[in-house]
Ligand binder design. Structure first.
Ligand code: SAM
Length: 303
């Protein structure tokens, strides 16, 4: 989600001027860092929600004080603990059950406090998790809240999981598509169920950014900012950013390949040395046996 900060999230915050922000899913704190800088500058407050962030988040938070509250809980427990937010960034557990429940809970929580529902920015509304669940903690969900899953990888265009695909260290739903599967499906189902008028926009790159704008938060300025994201000048910048990410990925692949080749060469050399030493040992053993045989022939028999 961090990749959306400069050209998409930051302009939305500047236009909507939220006083209370919630971030669900902080991980290393890459986006948290930006949000905290915004809060310091504007006097706003951030609730950071993550039950299992990386240790690096502590360093990010350490540079700030009253700008944030950290809630080390899962989103569905944490949302009622904080006051209703003006803007929520959803980037936690990427599955239908969690995202669909988070959205219902956020809107109900605001309604209970007679506050307008939040503007919600959510990640992973494009491939790979638009139409496929991923579970950080699959066994904590009920059997009816998750699909069959496996720790196997993903490949564009393949519904089945594959050996050696992307994100194979994560619990991915075994099949893509169908009912109640994936983040985008969760948002669409929520939008079709809720009475509140709202608009839902999708930027389908960098795994997808969803922008959910309730009518009560909509302004002509915000509409103009969101419309600018799909204008040619902005799209051209996006293409450049995607090209750079693609080139960086190719460099990483080339470097991994070079590392693998160096290790393979070293293994081949080590194997050759082992073979030569084994041959030398066999030859020494043969010599030794010959010496023993010659000596026993030369020695007079003892009577
Ligand atoms: C993809 S990372 C977030 C990346 C971060 N937003 C960024 O832009 O750098 C997802 C994070 O969500 C957290 N998470 C998983 N399940 C969660 C849940 N139910 N509620 C809140 N956070 C959750 C994980 O611990 C992980 O740190």
């Amino acid at each position: 989600m961090n990749r959306f900060w400069t050209r998409f999230i930051s302009p939305i915050l500047e236009t909507t001027a939220p006083r209370r922000i919630m971030e669900v899913g902080a991980d290393f704190g890459w986006n948290t860092r930006h949000l905290l800088a915004y809060c310091r500058q504007t006097g706003s407050r951030l609730h950071v929600v993550d039950p299992a962030p990386r240790p690096e988040l502590t360093e990010v938070l350490a540079a700030y004080g009253e700008e944030y509250v950290y809630l080390p809980h899962k989103s569905l427990d944490a949302i009622p603990m904080a006051p209703p937010a003006d803007v929520v960034l959803l980037d936690g557990d990427h599955n239908w059950h969690t995202v669909h429940s988070e959205l219902h809970l956020l809107f109900a929580h605001a309604a209970k406090a007679a506050a307008p529902p939040p503007l919600v920015l959510m990640h992973d509304v494009a491939w790979p998790y638009a139409r496929r669940d991923m579970y950080y903690d699959p066994e904590s969900l009920g059997a009816d809240q998750r699909h069959a899953y496996a720790y196997r990888g993903l490949e564009p265009g393949s519904s089945e999981l594959i050996e050696g695909g992307m994100n194979s260290m994560l619990a991915n739903a075994s099949v893509e598509g169908g009912r109640k599967n994936g983040v985008l499906t969760g948002v669409e189902d929520f939008v079709s169920e809720i009475a509140t008028p709202l608009k839902f926009h999708v930027l389908p790159f960098f795994n997808g950014l969803g922008i959910l704008v309730p009518a009560e938060r909509a302004t002509p300025e915000l509409d103009a900012v969101i419309a600018s994201f799909t204008q040619p000048a902005s799209l051209l910048q996006t293409v450049e950013a995607l090209e750079e990410a693609h080139m960086r990925a190719r460099v990483e692949v080339a470097q991994s390949h070079a590392r693998l080749t160096r290790r393979t060469d070293a293994l081949v050399r080590a194997r050759q040395i082992l073979i030569e030493r084994a041959e030398r040992i066999s030859s020494l053993e043969a010599e030794l046996a010959e010496v023993g045989r010659t000596r026993s022939l030369a020695e007079p028999a003892v009577k």
